[in-house]
Design a protein around this ligand. Structure first.
Ligand code: NCD
Length: 306
């Protein structure tokens, strides 16, 4: 298996072998992150451009850290400072970045499918860092790495993805990656926040939180994506939190050793209570650290440094 020169656009199209390769490579890079000097020369002379048309704290920073820890030159462009504000098309932007000799482009965009489109225009690898409501493959991979590390395996796990599934690219990447690796996925949320194509996805669907959490190994809590909702999908935030907020009480339905994930940013007190977010079974900060390791692996493998 060789991923050199390929794009990373989604998890739906990733084979179990490709996922294993990325996770194994990431696990070896995680050791570098534990060293006092977090720097290796692996990607010296390579340039990575991050192009973000949406806000981000952890994803953009972790791509930048991943590139820098491996000695790549990382150039960050945000949508609000790019020539997109002067009317330049996405195609011209990508052709310009390629002409500027970028070796790989990472993009976050509010438009589902825009990364796939961009990948057709340029020869360099394109990495999707979240495209609208479609996918966020490196988030899906870091969640897999975090669970594999904590549980020792992925096959046979039952994972409940809870909340605003309809608007969540994290949910989509998770469900493809988890099912490909042999886990069972439940989507749990109010019917107004479930995806319209839920019956065609390889998942079980629950509209009752306690029923959805019954006996699960893992709960992955999602943020309410209020910025992607044109009309109210539930009566009030208080109502949502009462019915779908993950609290110590609702978690009692899950296995006693349940693990909790959240991709961040969290709305504490809305989709997740502070005592769940801060408990030892919550792996939220581990997810962030593993995000750096996964992005190191992706840059390394796609840039053909192996
Ligand atoms: C997610 C995203 O942007 O899709 N955040 C992230 O990348 N860690 C989830 C979210 O914004 O709720």
């Amino acid at each position: 298996m060789n991923l050199a020169g390929t794009d990373l656009l989604d998890q739906e199209g990733l084979s179990a072998d490709a996922i294993d390769l990325i996770l194994d490579t990431a696990a070896s890079f995680a050791d570098i992150l534990r060293r006092p000097v977090k720097k290796v020369p692996t990607l010296r002379g390579k340039s990575v451009v991050t192009l973000f048309y949406e806000n981000s704290t952890r994803t953009r920073t972790s791509f930048e850290a991943a590139g820098k820890y491996m000695s790549a030159d990382v150039i960050n462009i945000s949508g609000s400072t790019s020539s997109a504000t002067k009317g330049e098309s996405l195609r011209d932007t990508f052709l310009t970045l390629q002409a500027l000799t970028a070796d790989l482009v990472v993009m976050r965009t509010p438009h589902s499918g825009a990364c796939h489109q961009a990948a057709e225009w340029v020869d360099v690898p394109v990495v999707n860092a979240g495209d609208g409501m479609h996918e966020h493959p490196t988030q899906g991979l870091l969640d897999l790495l975090t669970l594999r590390e904590a549980k020792g395996h992925l096959d046979g796990l039952t994972v409940a993805i809870v909340g605003d599934i309809a608007h969540s690219r994290v949910a989509r990447s998770n469900l493809w990656g988890l099912t490909r690796m042999g886990a069972t996925v439940r989507l749990v949320g109010p019917s107004t926040l479930l995806p319209p194509d839920a019956d065609r996805l390889p998942v079980e669907v629950y509209t009752d939180l306690r029923a959805g959490l019954e006996g699960v190994d893992v709960v992955n809590v999602l943020r309410l994506q209020l910025e992607r909702q044109s009309s109210a999908r539930f009566p009030t935030a208080r109502e949502y939190s009462r019915l779908f907020g993950v609290t110590p009480d609702t978690l009692k339905a899950a296995k006693p050793d349940v693990l909790v994930l959240h991709p961040g940013p969290m709305n504490r007190g809305l989709e997740i209570s502070a005592d769940v977010a801060d408990a030892p079974h919550a792996l939220i900060e581990r997810q962030v650290t593993n995000g750096v390791a996964v992005r190191m692996a992706v840059l390394y493998l796609l840039l053909g440094a192996s």
